[in-house]
Design a protein around this ligand. Structure first.
Ligand code: ZN
Ligand code: ZN
Length: 163
């Protein structure tokens, strides 16, 4: 199932690049394909390791240049606090507010669009005379799986302290 979604996103990205008259060079395409395979955020260095499997001569600037391009096109987002990159699931909407939920335990990052936060930010920006582009909200905490594990640990610790 995942493969079909990825293929659709790839087709969508290629179409958008044609429309915007920007070049999706083989290297940019390769990095985009790698991003499409990720289930969560990935660092530039881990991405470089993966890229080297198909392009052994790839260097850090290769990856950074491709990532910059993908960021500019709104195909990926930078997760500042996790120093990594994540695929965007709303390619066709370069200006949108994304909420990143970052798990402190397993480091998984999930993106959700948030209309309500977007409205609030837009209203605030209007009041300030600020022209809003893309905004990212980074929320830290525990994902559903890790929250469960943590609560189990707490229970074990608690039962161990009992006489
Ligand atoms: Zn997004
Ligand atoms: Zn987690």
């Amino acid at each position: 199932m995942h493969a079909t979604i990825n293929k659709n996103l790839l087709i969508q990205a290629e179409k958008l690049c044609r429309q915007r008259k920007v070049r999706l060079t083989p290297q940019r395409l390769e990095v985009l394909k790698l991003m499409l395979q990720q289930r969560s955020a990935i660092s530039a260095y881990n991405l470089l390791d993966l890229l080297r499997i198909v392009e052994p001569q790839a260097k850090p600037p290769t990856v950074y240049r491709a990532l910059d391009f993908l960021l500019d096109q709104g195909f990926i987002h930078r997760v500042e606090s996790a120093n990594s990159y994540i695929l965007c699931h709303q390619f066709s909407k370069p200006i949108h507010t994304s909420a990143m939920f970052i798990c402190n335990r397993c480091k998984q990052v999930t993106e959700h669009s948030t209309k309500r936060v977007e409205k609030t930010l837009q209203k605030l920006a209007q009041e300030l005379g600020f022209t809003l582009h893309h905004s990212v909200v980074e929320a830290h905490g525990l994902c559903i799986n890790c929250a469960e594990i943590e609560s189990c640990f707490k229970q074990i610790l608690f039962s161990q302290t009992l006489p």
